[in-house]
Design a protein around this ligand. Structure first.
Ligand code: MCN
Length: 791
């Protein structure tokens, strides 16, 4: 008999048993009878017309069984890839939404745009066929960067999208902000770039499509974070009714946002399987991933903060250019607008904020969500501005923050940019981090570094996040083309074990463990007796998937609600079996009892009675002990925290080493502290990656991807990451049933600004006030060489 392991415990992750023993089942592992293999032919040009495609040489390659183009896809009645959000221009007019074909037709718009799909008996045959295919391109002028796209007379990606402008979006009260700036004693300014990133999950994307002509049933196995949404969107694209389409996302080796979109490769692989009447497998190479996965970030921003004579914030003004890439991805326009503007108040009282975002088309891969999605960008703007204001006014960076933070007593706190924070205590987080990070000892450590010839810097970032994506009501107001709830079914078997069917998707976050903890505690059943099922549209009721740190807040709350319903039904059965009134039945630790008596039944007794209805109130209760619940929160949850960083800069080489990292994060009630710590570690490392190493760069003339491999795109590695001191500080969420807030992205949100704050501090004696990311050795060495104040 196993034990109950509930909320707050830290059992080892259930799922790791299969991963560390090589028993995971990934899409690339899937084998089907008579399976064929597909390879995408991708554009080598950033912007060109497709003048002709000669399939004959590819079809002549032995073993090639099919060559498919965008023209055939369209001629078959298939549609283009839908965008899930509709933002508007400032004047309310709709965004420009050009079609996004799964296989390009007429034109290609980025290097890596899929032009054809070649299928062979073997991967080798398909690869040879793809190489043999002849595509005639007519080269067009290229727009590779945001500023090129916005330049007057810039070449256009779409004839009907003037100025390459998808939308000129705005949020906040412009007039009030202008008035506050007019009366400000001081204005601080930053001009910054939020560097473009490639997600690079360990497992590249993959798809296997299958068609059964006997039943008309299509199946897609995909590396997806949201199989039900893929079924919905792909059903629309291919015209397949939902009941004839099954989407399975089995074990997925990391997503980080990259796998939360409906990709053309999914639709084409499934469609080709139907045309060929045989299964087709496509597995992305790492190089393809660099070219054709959705990218993240890529902003250029001018921002200003108005302050009074006491260093109190009066207003903030932010103007951002955000890159959409060549097409609008599933959530593309939502990320730099709705997930960015509303976070610009940070953890501060800022009476007026105005933000405008120009979403631009460029000849680059589509840009969409990458861990944090919009919120790291917002935090970077706010925190760089606050550091700059401290510098300009000669204030301590911690002091200016303390002076302007929202006090705990002011929660719930309505910001001037739409959102209302339900709970939080930024000052409490900062104080805990300050103590744990031994800020008082920094001066001595700096002197010691100086003796070793290193510049030591201290950096700070405080942040707030909006996560737990749903609030359908909110999403609707923000332009979502659908609501965002989550669903869970709790199935108590006749012998008392439990299967949970949930609409979220576990691809590294430990749901099989933490969700089992919730059920174990709520129903008083052994932890080992709970299995979590997800990722298969034929097994699980509709669900929205995993992204936006929503799984616990929304999915876990649905699970909690379904457990409530199980308990309620259990009480009815117990009342009958124990011959008592329903309101007299209590439930605790897996036991239903008549209050004040020793008459009781275990949950196992009740489950058996529910399924084997002897002496059971069939006339008032249906048999079975299985309940389903949907949960749609009333608000986002707002995790927050403070990150403190110390770096050493080697002036000879420009290398930045992080020598001390202290994080204090408020994620509300913690279900599993070990998993939360792991999530924080992972998130922080990705933020360090953005701050110090990673940069996705396109050639400005040709639009070629210059950082298309791990030789050119530097990922953070263990040797670049210090031992971190990570702790939590809990203010429970006021509206989620368990008081939980999300934790999956917080590390990525807090860290980049903290690292850059430390790098700038290390170079402050050279007159440096800002450093763009990534703070690579090359960049830092040049900054030191060119510093106006010699070292
Ligand atoms: N948790 C907890 N207590 C809390 C908050 C969360 O115990 N107060 C647990 C949850 O139950 C869950 C895990 O921590 O097991 C993460 O929960 P949550 O914050 O709900 O985030 P999601 O599960 O929705 O995961 C999404 C989030 C995002 S948006 C990205 S991107 C990301 C991330 O998670 N991608 C990841 N973490 C990742 N981790 C891995 N290994 N791989 C990815 O692709």
């Amino acid at each position: 008999m196993g034990e109950v392991i509930g909320i707050g415990a830290a059992p080892k992750r259930k799922e790791d048993q299969r991963f560390i023993t090589g028993r995971g089942n990934y899409v690339a592992d899937i084998k089907r009878a008579d399976m064929s293999y597909g390879v995408f032919v991708r554009s080598p040009h950033a912007h060109a017309t497709i003048d002709a495609i000669d399939k004959a040489p590819a079809l002549a390659v032995p073993g090639v069984v099919g060559v498919f183009t965008g023209a055939e896809f369209a001629a078959d009645g298939c549609g283009t890839l839908p965008c899930g959000w509709a933002i508007t221009f400032k004047d309310g007019s709709p965004m420009k939404e050009p079609p996004f074909p799964a296989l390009a037709t007429g034109k290609v718009r980025f290097v890596g745009d899929a032009v054809a799909f070649v299928v062979g008996e073997t991967l080798e045959a398909a690869t040879a066929g793809a190489e043999a295919l002849v595509v005639d391109y007519g080269l067009l002028p290229v727009v590779a960067t945001l500023l090129q796209a916005a330049a007057p007379e810039a070449p256009l990606l779409y004839d009907d999208v003037p100025g390459n402008l998808c939308a000129d979006w705005a949020l906040g009260d412009e007039a009030a902000t202008e008035a506050a700036f007019a009366r400000a004693a001081h204005v601080s300014h930053v001009s910054l770039v939020n560097n473009r990133l490639v997600g690079n999950p360990m497992e590249p994307r993959a798809a296997v499509g299958e068609y059964n002509p006997g039943t008309g049933q299509y199946t897609l196995w995909s590396t997806s974070q949201f199989p039900h949404v893929v079924r919905l969107l792909m059903g629309m694209v291919l015209g397949i009714p939902q009941h004839k389409l099954r989407v399975v996302a089995p074990d997925v080796g990391g997503g980080f946002g990259v796998k939360q979109f409906h990709y053309g490769e999914e639709a084409v692989t499934t469609w080709a399987a139907g045309k060929l009447r045989r299964p087709v497998k496509w597995v992305s190479t790492r190089s393809e991933g660099f070219l054709a996965d959705r990218h993240g970030r890529d902003h250029v921003t001018e921002a200003e903060l108005a302050l009074d004579e006491n260093g109190k914030f009066l207003a903030m003004r932010v103007h951002t250019y955000a890159n959409m890439g060549g097409y609008l991805s599933t959530f593309g326009p939502n990320i730099p607008t709705n997930l960015y503007g509303p976070l610009l108040s940070g953890v501060y009282v800022i009476p007026s904020i105005y933000c405008s975002v120009k979403c631009m088309f460029t000849n680059t891969a589509p840009v969409d969500a990458y861990r944090g999605a919009g919120r790291p960008e917002a935090t970077f703007v706010v925190e760089r501005l606050v550091d700059m204001a401290a510098h300009d006014l000669g204030l301590d960076r911690l002091e200016i923050r303390r002076r302007n933070m929202i006090p705990k007593s002011a929660y719930p706190y309505q910001t001037p940019v739409l959102v209302e924070y339900d709970s939080g205590d930024p000052l409490g987080c900062l104080e805990q981090a300050t103590i744990k990070g031994d800020v008082a000892g920094f001066a001595a450590r700096k002197a010691e570094s100086a003796r070793a010839g290193k510049f030591r810097g201290f950096g700070v970032s405080t942040y707030v996040e909006a996560c737990g994506l749903a609030p359908s009501r909110f999403a609707g107001r923000l332009g979502a083309r659908g609501g965002l709830y989550e669903s869970a079914t709790v199935r108590v078997h006749p012998t008392g074990q439990v299967t949970v069917l949930i609409g979220t998707h576990n691809h590294g976050q430990g749901h099989e463990t933490t969700f089992a903890q919730i059920v174990s505690e709520r129903l008083g059943v052994p932890f080992e007796n709970v299995d979590i099922v997800f990722g298969d549209t034929d097994r699980v009721q509709f669900g929205m998937g995993t992204y936006g740190s929503r799984s616990l807040v929304v999915g876990g709350s649905a699970l909690n609600k379904a457990a409530d319903k199980v308990i309620l039904k259990g009480k009815k059965i117990a009342a009958h079996l124990l011959e008592a009134a329903e309101q007299d039945i209590t439930f605790e630790a897996g036991v239903f009892a008549v209050a004040g008596t020793d008459r009781k039944k275990t949950i196992e007794d009740i489950a058996l009675a529910a399924y084997v209805p002897h002496d059971y109130p069939l006339e008032i209760l249906e048999p079975g002990l299985e309940e389903q619940a949907y949960y749609d929160p009333v608000n986002f949850t707002y995790p927050g925290g403070a990150h403190l960083v110390e770096v050493e800069v080697d002036p000879e080489t420009g290398v930045v080493e992080i020598v001390k990292y202290t994080a204090c994060d408020d994620v509300g009630t913690v279900i599993n502290p070990m998993i939360v710590e792991g999530q924080l570690h992972g998130g922080i490392v990705q933020g360090i990656g953005q701050a110090l190493y990673e940069n996705c760069v396109y050639d400005e003339t040709s639009g070629q991807l210059l950082s298309g491999s791990f030789m050119d795109y530097c990922m953070p590695r263990a040797d670049g990451v210090p031992k971190m001191d990570v702790s939590t500080y809990s203010t429970p969420c006021a509206h989620t049933p368990m008081g939980v807030k999300g934790c999956g992205e917080v590390g990525t949100i807090g860290s980049p600004a903290a690292v850059i704050s430390a790098v700038v501090d290390a170079l402050a004696h050279l007159g440096i006030t800002h450093v763009d990311m990534p703070a690579s050795p090359n960049r830092i060495w040049r900054i030191i060489q060119n510093a106006s104040i010699p070292r």
